[in-house]
Design a protein around this ligand. Structure first.
Ligand code: 13P
Length: 257
């Protein structure tokens, strides 16, 4: 059985101490009490250490939103995996907002390096993949998303591959209020995400690796995604910035019948 995982990607929000800490203190008790689901907050770098400290006595994980692959060096403005390992356990990489050519232009090659660097430092990568609207409408989702996976996980050991969390985030569903249907997300995660992983690392790894859906997830629609057999949780943007995030995580927890 795969343990569900919900991660809140704060993006460039709540990056000041006087906004991040009151928010974290207001939700941490209730968030910590929820059983059976991993929950992770991914704040901006400016408050990462302070949020980690505020969550130190809890079971709530902390993640960064990016990293550089080198340990140190002349890389102005970058943060190394070793620096992150001091205060967090997870790191998002390959988010479409960073891959976008108008954004940071993060390439498949860079994502590949980041993933290895994170694993080498004991960080759990949250690897984002997903197609844009034009690719979706042109029927290119499978080809595009599976090539992102093959590139990022290329040549890893099965053991390392299994440690990753993958977030399937169709770009057209991010921040638009138009989530994929649970059935579509389930089908793509099964065929297009687990499929290539099974070919690369075998069925055991494909069955064990945790795959989230991301894109306009909220407390009202999370249960539909969690009911799907291939979906193990969500990477949540906007809805992770509000107290309602606790309810979202609660609804993602397995129900004891
Ligand atoms: P929204 O939940 O705001 O659509 O963002 C999704 C996302 O990009 C998470 O990484």
């Amino acid at each position: 059985m795969r343990r569900p995982i919900i991660a809140g990607n704060w993006k460039m929000h709540l990056g000041r101490l006087d906004e991040a800490l009151p928010f974290v203190r207001s939700i941490r008790h209730a968030l910590n009490e929820i059983e059976g689901v991993d929950r992770v907050l991914c704040p901006p770098y400016t408050v990462l250490a302070a949020v980690a400290e505020a969550l130190a006595a809890t079971k709530i994980g902390v993640g960064a939103q990016n990293l550089h692959w080198e340990d140190r060096g002349a890389h102005t403005g970058e943060i190394s995996p070793g620096m992150l390992a001091e205060c967090c356990q997870f790191v998002i990489m390959g988010h479409s907002e960073r891959r976008a050519s108008g954004g940071e232009g993060e390439t498949d090659k860079a994502v590949q390096r980041k993933l290895r660097a994170a694993l080498a430092h004991g960080l759990t990568p949250i690897l984002c993949i997903g197609e844009n609207l034009a690719q979706n409408e042109a029927g290119q989702t499978h080809e595009f998303v599976s090539s992102q996976i093959r590139s990022a996980l290329n040549d890893l050991s099965p053991d390392d591959a299994q440690k990753c969390v993958i977030a399937y985030e169709p770009i057209w569903a991010i921040g638009t209020g138009k989530a994929a249907t649970p059935a579509d997300a389930n089908r793509i995660i099964g065929l297009t995400v687990r499929g290539p992983i099974a070919e690369m690392f075998g069925g055991t790894v494909a069955e064990a690796i945790r795959v989230q859906y991301g894109g306009s997830v909220n407390a009202d629609n999370i249960a539909g995604f969690m009911a799907m057999p291939e979906i193990d949780g969500a990477l949540v943007g906007g809805a992770s910035l509000k107290p309602d995030f606790v309810e979202l995580v609660r609804r993602a927890a397995p129900t004891t019948a």
